[in-house]
Design a protein around this ligand. Sequence first.
Ligand SMILES: Cc1cc2nc3c(=O)[nH]c(=O)nc-3n(C[C@H](O)[C@H](O)[C@H](O)COP(=O)(O)OP(=O)(O)OC[C@H]3O[C@@H](n4cnc5c(N)ncnc54)[C@H](O)[C@@H]3O)c2cc1C
Length: 381
Amino acid sequence: MKITVLGRGNAGCLTALYYSYYTRNQKDIHIELIHDPDIPPEKVGQATVLEPPGLLWKALGINWYDNPIDATPKLGILYENWGKKNHKFFHPFPLNDITLHYTPSKLQDVILESEYFNVEEKHINDYNQIDSDFIFDCRGRHTNKQDDYYNLINPVNSVLLGESNSKECDINWTRAVATPDGWTFVIPKTTQNTSYGYLYNDKITSIEEASANFEKLFDFSKGEIEKKTSLKFNNYIAKRPIIDDRIILGGNRLFFLEPLEATAIQAYLFWAQRTFWWIIDKRSNPNFATQELYKYTTQLQNFILWHYVFGSKYNTPFWRYAQEFTINDDEFHKIVFAIKKFSLIDIIDDRIDIGVSPHGYGQWMPWSFKNWYEGMKNDKS
Ligand SMILES: Cc1cc2nc3c(=O)[nH]c(=O)nc-3n(C[C@H](O)[C@H](O)[C@H](O)COP(=O)(O)OP(=O)(O)OC[C@H]3O[C@@H](n4cnc5c(N)ncnc54)[C@H](O)[C@@H]3O)c2cc1C
């Protein structure tokens, strides 16, 4: 069997690594990755949650001493100015879990040099140029046709990116800072630099206003932060994630959701696993994989939306708009109902049945719901 992955962005690299690592002892399975070196991958995608480091450890042996991607530890997400009660509120990872901030190009280079799969440089216009049994199309979002996608619900659609050449030494988490226009990520990306992303909605805030607020709130006056670029995006999912039982869309060609909670690359591994059950293990099928994907991305959408519903310290047009979203999913409301009845310590104790799925919701266990709910409701400041 031959599998081709198109694209060397985060999605292409992680998909190729997942398939080639888990089929490394199956000599009849050949994996190749093709990309066009004249089309650079996205520069964003610099943080993750708990599962991707597991693959990097297992397949590449990366650890905190032997760290070729120059990653920094991520111990959780510090929410600043969200809700009406707490000035600062932490979404932790369990004390025995840790994940990464990293530079995407370094991560991608290390995976491409791993020799788990062949790498070829070539421009691909047409799937007929490829003779493989399966093709993962991770060629990014730039040639997506809007008609091929459903919208996902989310209040932000634009970002201004910045970078400073320093890292605050005590910051070992992503900061997610609410602003009048949305929120900003502050990512201590390597030991030498910090990335900023000022997210807003361009239908509510002009780029000039967002840019002025970005500078004002993040102290550009010291000259440490440099503005890099701006991006616009839609939040979406493909109508046909799998085409003709052979072409599987991946990464930004498959779906996009804004970066709050940094869900993307873990979602690419979820998709790699669900398609692996069909293609390699032969115990699933394209319809089941697609249903699972839709359920999962709806859950990502909903948990992220829930953050906005509690508002922020700002009473601005953006926050009035963002607070109006409602979440239509019985499973979501069942978890919220359950977590109100139990203490955090009992919810974390997996021997106690709180009456909801023990597999969690999207990328979150019920204790994450409790943690966020308590943080928004309780005054701890
Ligand atoms: C502001 C912002 C912040 C984000 N933060 C995070 C985060 O913290 N964590 C996270 O997980 N995600 C984050 N994301 C999501 C991020 O978009 C993805 O992690 C990542 O960029 C996915 O890109 P990709 O691999 O799909 O495509 P790309 O990175 O665009 O790569 C496309 C690849 O396809 C190749 N290609 C294109 N056309 C052709 C062709 N015709 N022939 C051959 N090759 C071709 C290119 O050469 C390239 O290698 C963020 C996104 C945004 C906008």
